[in-house]
Write a protein that binds this ligand. Structure first.
Ligand code: PMP
Length: 396
């Protein structure tokens, strides 16, 4: 009856959100969502920040600048500097979650038919956004060290791609869904390829601060200063969602000034500005040093939860699942050793009141039906142990 645009004639919604209906099942233990633990939100710190923000009536109740409140941009630039990427407030655009940043970038950079490289398995909302944009998505394999950069190099060197890629999307640190982290060597090699073949690397980094094992690696953005010619080819996204609260919807992007300027114009038509109210709260929260005070608590809790999940899988289901322990983030990527379809196994698990996300949601092609993603972030340690017990029982 209605004349929708081709992309929206028969769109499919998020496969993960489809699972949410089961969350209402009484007693359900969920390893499904990538939601932070509710009890780890710094209510006190955020309440104090909100009380201070509300004093600044004009700043937080009025429309704000499209590129973000100056006070927040200053705080985010300092945060980036503490993370090892010195950056100035003008290099950065505040977005309504990092999700919006990616959408803005696609509007500015990607036309229908443009080649976009994506690691696979990948974050489903990225696959979805690329599909709606009509991009020609080419998937690249990953392993425990993240994106397989050698395969990418071979592909580029052979010149077999349908066109020169516009951009490559990656979550190099504690990836969603695999939990994998790109090694230092591969980071350098990837930056060299971007400089040589002139494609943008989109570095999506919502999880980098959630490291509980091993030494921190420089972000691709930080490392780009050491790889000649690569700095202009990195677009970096980050977010307060996983380290403060997703309800703030505060994310940011750092990119070449020419890209950023165009993203600001795109944002003008999307939402005029991100909520000045939550931006002001975030700015106060950061200015008071609350993130530094609270983050170790979150990281410590996720370390314990991750250990609980991995230990339980190892002791209770050793013959059923294979997985790799992540060094941070929120996810364990696992595989059913029987090669059984994880969607069928999920149905049995839901009957036992436990759930996860079947791996198919994270693939554009070459699906591994036996893969599954388990998030340890939201449930408590005891729930995690009970949940894995139920998964074992669901094996029949
Ligand atoms: N990128 C990745 C890899 C994510 O996992 C998520 C959230 N699940 C996002 C981006 C979106 O985050 P935000 O809340 O900042 O929009």
């Amino acid at each position: 009856m209605f004349a929708f645009t081709p992309a929206f004639e028969a769109p499919t919604g998020s496969p993960i959100r489809e699972l949410f209906k089961y969350l209402a099942q009484p007693g359900m233990i969920s390893f499904a969502g990538g939601y932070p633990a509710t009890d780890l939100f710094d209510r006190e710190g955020l309440d104090a920040a909100a009380a201070r923000a509300s004093q600044q009536t004009t700043a937080c109740l009025q429309y704000g600048p499209t590129d973000g409140l100056a006070v927040l941009k200053d705080q985010l630039a300092s945060l980036m500097t503490r993370r090892g990427t010195p950056c100035a407030a003008q290099d950065l655009l505040v977005t309504t979650g990092s999700q919006q940043g990616f959408d803005l970038l696609l509007r500015v950079m990607v036309a229908a038919g443009d080649v976009v490289l994506v690691e696979q398995p990948a974050y489903p909302a990225t696959l979805q956004a690329l599909k709606l944009q009509g991009a020609d998505v080419v998937t690249l394999p990953v392993d425990h060290d993240g994106l397989d950069v050698a395969t990418l190099a071979a592909l580029l060197d052979a010149g077999t791609l349908p066109r020169v890629p516009k951009l490559l999307y990656t979550v190099p640190t504690f990836a969603n869904p695999t939990g994998a982290t790109l090694s230092l060597e591969r980071r350098k090699a990837l930056l060299e390829l971007a400089a040589r073949y002139r494609f943008l690397i989109v570095e999506d980094d919502p999880y980098g601060d959630l490291r509980f094992d091993g030494a921190a690696l420089p972000s691709l953005l930080a490392l780009s200063d050491q790889v000649p010619g690569s700095r202009d080819w990195v677009v970096h996204f980050s977010s307060l969602s996983k380290i403060v609260a997703p309800g703030l919807r505060v994310g940011w992007m750092i990119a070449h000034a020419e890209i950023l300027r165009r993203c600001v114009v795109a944002k003008q038509t999307v939402d005029l500005c991100s909520s000045p109210w939550t931006q002001a709260i975030a700015a106060e929260y950061l200015a008071q040093g609350s993130l530094e005070r609270h983050l170790p608590r979150i990281v410590d809790a996720y370390a314990r939860k991750c250990r609980a999940l991995c230990d339980a899988l190892e002791t209770q289901m050793p013959e059923h699942v294979a997985f790799h322990r992540p060094a941070g983030g929120m996810f364990v990527w696992a595989r059913l050793k029987s090669d059984e379809n994880a969607a069928d196994y999920l149905r049995a698990c839901i009957e036992k009141n436990v759930m996860f996300v079947p791996g198919a949601a994270f693939y554009k092609d070459k699906v591994d039906p036996a893969a599954l993603r388990l998030s340890f972030a939201a449930p408590g340690v005891e729930e995690i142990e009970v949940g894995v017990g139920r998964m074992g029982a669901a094996m029949g």
